[in-house]
Design a protein around this ligand. Structure first.
Ligand code: GDP
Ligand code: MG
Length: 397
């Protein structure tokens, strides 16, 4: 074994040049699960600060008009029989995915509410603002073997903003999405239409259009370790029958998945799909995920509720399973890495964090277009609102 002395000697050789002249290795963050298997970190129970809606034209409204109501079929011994392909493609209005919205809708909500945010003055200045979906990708990174990601980060008036950038590979995939995959995406939204009503106490109406511009988004506050978080996520529906009517505990996430027949298929489902479902719903404190299992003809014939807090049990004793502690510890490590990297407070300065499976998270620095993502309407409104410095009387006064 190497003695401490030897290590110091080796170090000495390296510091032959003045320390500050050494080329600094580009900072990076490893993602191997084994590095993050400590105890589960502190995660504050998420509380809802507010919400907003996007309508059929993708227009913002500062209210809950797009919230839908969970209305499962009666459990009278009959199985459901939802045709998920019904209405495709004639009654499908898909959102224009060429439009990069970045954090815009969330920033619009924040601009209207930042004066009234709980946590006392200065809470927001120490917080991280992002979409729930971006945090989901961070949580699953130690186990992800297929898709990389890029996150742009800027600091502005103390707050760290994180906004995803579509990777070139993801863009190619989106533009060459096979027709069957497009239909599968529709089927997920169609399931929501079978399970949700527009008003409490009425039945779902599957005869209408499926318009994926519409969204109800909850805005939540939490904290991971010492990182205060403000994030927003799209919520599928609220359960009017839930024991607690208080958001986010009344919310339900809806998912579809292939019908499974062998123990091997279930095992793979627990290892891969449940990880994504858990990460997405755990972050905002959504307690239940209701899955519709579709047969090869595209009909949902069975439903199963997966309580978010019980999902880990399916892989707890699986050597190739996932571990919530690893997910959360990695996310906390990434947030610390980002906080320590983005030191300059400048909305036009962007640090781009990039990750591809098998490698570490790396970072590059950019200024202005195309990566700057805080819109001028936001930056200007927030800048103008700063307590103005004491005025020196001008000759005209
Ligand atoms: P999710 O957890 O991945 O569903 O994402 P969020 O709940 O954090 O959604 C944040 C915002 O991004 C919402 O307005 C969603 O409608 C929107 N959004 C979600 N997924 C996608 C996507 O794949 N592409 C685009 N362009 N927007 C999305
Ligand atoms: Mg869903």
């Amino acid at each position: 074994m190497e003695s401490r002395g030897t290590k110091r000697e080796a170090g000495k050789i390296e510091v032959a040049e003045p320390r500050n002249k050494l080329p600094r290795p580009a900072p990076s963050l490893p993602t191997d699960p084994t590095l993050y298997s400590g105890p589960f970190p502190f995660y504050r129970r998420p509380s809802e600060l507010g919400c907003f809606s996007l309508d059929a034209q993708r227009q913002y409204h500062g209210d809950a008009r797009a919230l839908r109501y969970y209305c499962p079929p009666p459990t009278n011994g009959q199985s459901p029989n939802f045709d998920l392909r019904d209405g495709y493609p004639d009654r499908y209005q898909p959102r224009d995915e060429e439009v990069q919205e970045r954090l815009d809708h969330l920033l619009r909500w924040l601009l209207a509410h930042r004066g009234q945010i709980e946590g006392g003055p200065g809470w927001l200045a120490g917080a991280i603002v992002t979409w729930r979906g971006h945090l989901t990708k961070l949580l699953t990174t130690p186990y992800e073997r297929q898709e990389g990601w890029q996150l742009a980060a800027s600091r502005f008036q103390g707050t760290l903003y994180l906004s995803e950038v579509e990777t070139p590979a993801a863009r190619v995939q989106r533009l060459t999405r096979p027709p069957l995959l497009r239909e599968l995406m529709y089927m997920g939204y169609k399931f929501e239409q079978y399970m949700c009503a527009d008003k409490p106490g009425v039945s779902p109406d599957p005869s209408g259009e499926v318009n994926t511009n519409m969204a109800f988004c909850s805005v939540l506050r939490s904290r991971l370790g010492n990182h205060p978080l403000l994030f927003s996520g799209e919520v599928d529906c609220t359960d009017p029958q839930a024991s607690s009517t208080q958001p986010p505990t009344c919310y339900v996430e809806l998912k579809t998945s292939k019908e499974m027949h062998s123990p091997g298929q279930w095992k793979s489902f627990y290892r891969h799909k449940l990880l994504k479902w858990w990460a997405q719903s755990f972050l905002p404190g959504v307690p239940n995920v209701v899955a519709g299992f579709r047969n090869p003809e595209g009909f949902v014939c069975s439903l199963k509720t997966f309580p978010t807090m019980e999902m880990f049990e399916y892989v707890r004793n699986d050597r190739d399973g996932w571990n919530p502690s690893v997910c959360m510890n990695f996310c906390a490590a990434f947030l610390s890495f980002a906080q320590n990297t983005v030191v300059h407070d400048d909305p036009r300065l962007v640090y781009l964090f990039s990750w591809e499976p098998g490698g570490p998270v790396t970072v590059s620095e950019h200024r202005d277009a195309p990566h700057a993502f805080l819109p001028s309407w936001y930056v200007e409104a927030v800048t103008q609102d700063l307590p103005s410095p004491p005025k020196t009387p001008s000759p005209k006064d």
